[in-house]
Unconditional design. Structure first.
Length: 234
């Protein structure tokens, strides 16, 4: 199995994570999947990979995931750090606990995974990470305050990591989806999107797959919007 490429995908039981797992399997990766609900186990079974029930907020679950991948396949070539959504609410009504939970969910998950996987990638001549972020990371949204603030930090981490490990042949990028069809999108929101519709999860997965592929071999440290034009900045 030494020449079998391996991809870890978190929050892979549904939505963007599942779409990424399916697309990467089509591209020849063996999928190693995690989800809090355990649905990733069924997805992995369908794809011929291995799945686990666990949370990206639990360092022990992440360690077990990486250990399982290396024990079974001996390598990790790609990581998709996908998560759920942190707390919402009025900016100053969100309590400290919700902010700390959001930190674990959308930023420290990527930091911890990078700590675990980087030595493995170094031993196998490189690899690539993609962090699934949000369009509101650089145009903060009052609808998603915790996500906006902490995923701006994720973008900074993405750049710092990419610069630090480029010489090791390891790349890290982030994708910034807009509204996606895995959640209900009301008509008022649709009218805000220049393309007039939410993204299909497969469209986000296509971008993730590109960023992990040799076709993106000179792309690192980037935050790539896949938002149908909803952000205003250039």
């Amino acid at each position: 199995m030494d020449d079998q490429r391996v991809a870890i995908v978190t929050a892979a039981g549904r939505g963007i994570g599942e779409a990424c797992a399916r697309r990467l399997t089509e591209d020849g990766y063996a999928p190693v999947l995690l989800s809090k609900s355990g649905a990733a186990i069924d997805v992995a079974e369908d794809l011929g990979g291995v799945g686990f029930e666990g949370s990206v907020t639990d360092p022990d679950d992440l360690s077990a995931l990486v250990e399982a991948a290396t024990e079974r396949y001996g390598r990790i070539d790609a990581v998709v750090n996908n998560t759920g959504h942190p707390a919402t609410g009025d900016l100053l009504d969100i309590d400290d606990e919700a902010w700390h939970e959001g930190l674990d969910l959308v930023l420290l998950n990527a930091v911890r995974t990078a700590r675990l996987v980087t030595p493995v990638m170094r031993e196998n001549d490189g690899g690539a990470f993609v962090n699934v972020s949000t369009f509101s990371a650089y145009e903060p949204s009052a609808e998603f305050p915790v996500s906006s603030v902490l995923r701006a930090g994720l973008g900074a981490f993405t750049k710092l990591y990419a610069d630090r490990h480029a010489a090791d042949g390891i790349r890290m990028n982030a994708v910034l989806p807009g509204f996606v069809d895995s959640y209900e999108v009301d008509e008022a929101t649709r009218e805000r999107i220049p393309m007039g519709r939410p993204a299909r999860t497969e469209e986000i997965a296509d971008t993730v797959a590109y960023l992990l592929s040799p076709a993106a071999s000179y792309v690192t440290g980037q935050n790539v919007r896949v938002d149908g034009g909803i952000t205003d900045s250039v």
